[in-house]
Write a protein that binds this ligand. Structure first.
Ligand code: GDP
Ligand code: MG
Length: 160
């Protein structure tokens, strides 16, 4: 393999990606995972669960006073979600680009929302919008012991 890299010298980030109940119901889980996997990001945590009102009020703390919040909460409670943490160089901002715009009709084709959905209230996935929020969201949805440190054999094929 090529000369191995010092991962500590790079700004590795972790981002919280969540497939919403419509993404699970519509069978898009595998496709979304596949996009992050084939991009080269490393899966360091994943589970499926039901969200709760308490989790959602913390997760969407900046939106609780919005008129659409009750609908957003009901939508997010309507079925299982898939919670994931993906790790890699600039994973937070790149994850947002891979998701596309909040409004799927404004998301470019080729993005997850651009390819698979139509309305903002059914936009199939969540991605952290900053490193600070990513860290908060990971701590909210996962126990520390569920987020794994492991060495990918692809590391030196992904990073120079
Ligand atoms: P995101 O970071 O791209 O997910 O967007 P925001 O943080 O602004 O909003 C969080 C989520 O709330 C979005 O993904 C949508 O599912 C939902 N949402 C945001 N704005 C609206 C709205 O105007 N109407 C409805 N029904 N849902 C919204
Ligand atoms: Mg957001």
């Amino acid at each position: 393999s090529p000369r191995s890299v010092n991962s500590l010298s790079m700004a590795m980030e972790r981002t919280y990606i969540m497939i919403k109940p419509d993404g699970v119901q519509r069978g898009i889980v595998g496709n979304i995972i596949s996009r992050f996997e084939t991009k080269g990001y490393k899966l360091v945590a994943m589970k499926t669960r039901m969200a709760t009102k308490e989790l959602l009020e913390k997760h969407y703390a900046d939106l609780t006073s919005k008129p659409f919040f009750p609908k957003l909460r009901d939508y997010m409670l309507s079925g299982p979600v898939v919670s994931m943490v993906w790790e890699g160089k600039e994973a937070v901002s790149t994850g947002r680009k891979m998701l596309g715009a909040t409004n799927p009709l404004e998301s470019a084709p080729g993005t997850i929302r651009g390819d698979f959905c139509i309305e903002v209230g059914r936009n199939i996935c969540h991605g952290s919008d900053s490193v600070e929020n990513a860290n908060k969201e990971i701590a909210l949805w996962f126990d520390e012991s569920e987020v794994l440190d492991w060495e990918s054999h692809s590391q030196s094929w992904l990073y120079e």
